[in-house]
Design a protein around this ligand. Structure first.
Ligand SMILES: NC(=O)C1=CN([C@@H]2O[C@H](COP(=O)(O)OP(=O)(O)OC[C@H]3O[C@@H](n4cnc5c(N)ncnc54)[C@H](O)[C@@H]3O)[C@@H](O)[C@H]2O)[C@H](O)CC1
Ligand SMILES: [K+]
Length: 507
């Protein structure tokens, strides 16, 4: 029987398959797309006209005709606003337009758009809101560089106090397009119309709270411009990795689907057991728990499907990994912040195994992160939550962008970082990153992280590269919670919903 050989061949790990329509562009990449479109023959004025037309068209589509006030800022976001106002007026809507700053200060495309508006330009004042109009927020967009204050902040506060409906142009004013942070004050929109591709900021926790429904309008920027930009950020979706889940080998069998070894702790055995179950449910061929002698009986009595192997003492785990069929390792859930965990993690990295380091396996290195980073050379996925991240990368916490925080940590550690949260970011050392918002608040339950780590470990056992395993794991984890779909979910429920979630990912 030649199975063991199959386990030894180091097949290339299967990695994500980039999808252009899932790309997210930063403000500067968006400006580059603009410039490329203009260089390819589409005047900036046409882009602005198309942007304003897209907003006006969406408003007409979504709202009954009613009084509208368009709040325009001093730049091209405001320029878009002039186009929106002109088009809504032409469609018979009662429109008022107010400008922050002076007409004379407008430049370029915005000045041209303002020139085409032949009706009054008012100044920003609370009286604009008499009659409870629909508000078009064209104050600031991709050019926001500092906190919103003064008249702009005042009018937004007034809009909010009156509870008026808001449609945001590109991004709600005050939301930073790249970091998704709020500078000064912002405004909650019912609908945000952005252009060509969304921005990372649209999907931050604040971004999702403030943008409302997000519409991405085609404004005539050719897809080909992406070739020159070479974006490295995508919104998570099964289309990035679902084909990697397919089991096309006709002679598929458990040895080909990898062997995930989970380090079991002595005290809280539930975490490792949950992770092991998740690894099996997601399709790993074999999953075993390396248990200390003192907890052997507990693990053996728990789930018959989990192989349990004794692994006591610091060197024991390294000896286990002498068996190359153990091609993937998960350390952390419930394993304790102790020397055994540290040594097991270093043994897995030294043995160049596909390794997931979660929870205790991350924080046990907090005193000397370099000891961990220096040992990373192969496929490693770290899955910290914000607190664990801060212990390992304290100096990165101040970075305003979660994507950039995760990317910096990945570059520094050499591992792929899955930085958990309602907006989980998975970032590889080469800069590629994926934002996952396919998640439910119900996931904030004890043990949920153990399940996620087990899913990712099970996928890496089957040959998925860390970025793909992290993205697929985060999405499937979220889908399982949606599938459970009712209050009172506990981590074990996620395990039972994994087959449906996996099925949803593959359809
Ligand atoms: N392809 C596209 O994405 C297109 C985008 N368009 C629109 O253009 C804006 C970006 O325009 P820009 O002039 O660069 O910046 P803003 O209009 O957002 O800001 C104007 C200006 O304001 C200054 N500023 C920044 N922050 C503040 C602040 N807190 N207080 C006061 N002043 C501030 C800063 O100098 C900015 O330059 C984009 O959002 C789209 O709506 C194109 O119209 C069409 C193609
Ligand atoms: K805006």
């Amino acid at each position: 029987m030649n199975e063991p050989r199959l386990m030894n061949e180091r097949r290339p790990l299967r990695d994500i398959i980039p999808q252009d329509d899932l790309v997210l562009l930063t403000c500067s990449e968006m400006a580059a797309a603009d410039s490329a479109a203009i260089a390819a023959g589409t005047p900036g004025t046409e882009l602005m006209e198309a942007a304003g037309a897209a907003v006006a068209g969406t408003v007409v589509e979504r709202y009954r005709r009613q009084p509208v006030v368009v709040l325009c800022g001093p730049g091209n976001n405001g320029g878009d606003g002039f186009v929106v106002a002109r088009r809504l007026h032409a469609a018979g809507w009662p429109v008022r337009l107010a400008l922050l700053g002076s007409l004379a200060a407008l430049k370029g495309d915005a000045a041209r758009a303002a020139h085409l508006w032949k009706r009054p330009v008012e100044s920003i004042s609370a009286h604009l809101l008499d009659g409870r109009p629909l508000v078009i927020d064209a104050l600031f967009g991709a050019g926001l560089t500092r906190p919103v204050e003064g008249a702009a902040a005042d009018i937004l506060a007034r809009v909010e106090a009156l509870g008026l409906p808001v449609v945001a142009v590109d991004v709600p004013t005050g939301l930073h397009g790249d970091t998704g942070a709020v500078l000064g004050r912002s405004i909650k929109a019912a609908l945000t119309v952005t252009f060509f591709r969304p921005k990372p900021g649209h999907f931050s926790v604040e971004g999702r709270r403030l943008c409302g429904e997000i519409r991405v309008a085609d404004i005539g920027i050719p897809e080909a411009v992406l070739g020159g930009i070479r974006p490295k950020l995508w919104k998570n979706d099964p289309r990035l990795w679902a084909t990697l889940l397919r089991r096309d080998d006709v002679d598929d069998h458990k040895y080909k689907r990898g062997h995930l070894t989970v380090l079991g702790g002595a005290s809280s055995t539930g975490a490792a057991r949950l992770a092991a179950l998740a690894g099996r449910r997601i399709g790993a061929g074999l999953v075993s728990i390396a248990a200390p002698r003192s907890a052997l009986a507990v693990y053996q009595g728990a789930e018959p499907g989990n192989l349990v192997v004794e692994s006591d003492g610091d060197e024991a785990f390294a000896q286990l990994l002498a068996d190359e069929r153990r091609n993937a390792v998960l350390i952390g859930p419930g394993s304790g912040r102790n020397e055994r965990t540290r040594q097991a993690a270093l043994a897995a990295l030294k043995a160049d195994r596909a390794t997931v380091l979660d929870a205790d396996a991350v924080t046990v290195f907090a005193d000397r992160p370099s000891a961990l980073f220096d040992a990373v050379s192969g496929p490693v996925l770290m899955t910290p939550h914000a607190g664990e991240f801060a212990r390992l990368f304290p100096d990165l916490v101040a970075m305003p962008s979660k994507v950039e925080r995760a990317r910096a940590a990945a570059r520094r550690s050499g591992a792929t970082i899955l930085l958990k949260g309602p907006d989980t970011v998975v970032a590889a050392p080469d800069g590629r990153a994926i934002i996952n918002v396919h998640a439910s608040p119900a996931l904030a339950t004890a043990g949920s992280g153990d399940v996620l780590a087990g899913i990712a470990g099970g996928l890496m056992a089957q040959g998925m590269a860390p970025l793909a395993a992290g993205a697929a794991g985060a999405w499937i984890h979220g889908e399982a919670a949606y599938r459970f779909g009712r209050a009172g979910m506990i981590a074990e429920d996620l395990i039972d919903c994994l087959p449906e979630a996996l099925g949803a990912a593959m359809n």
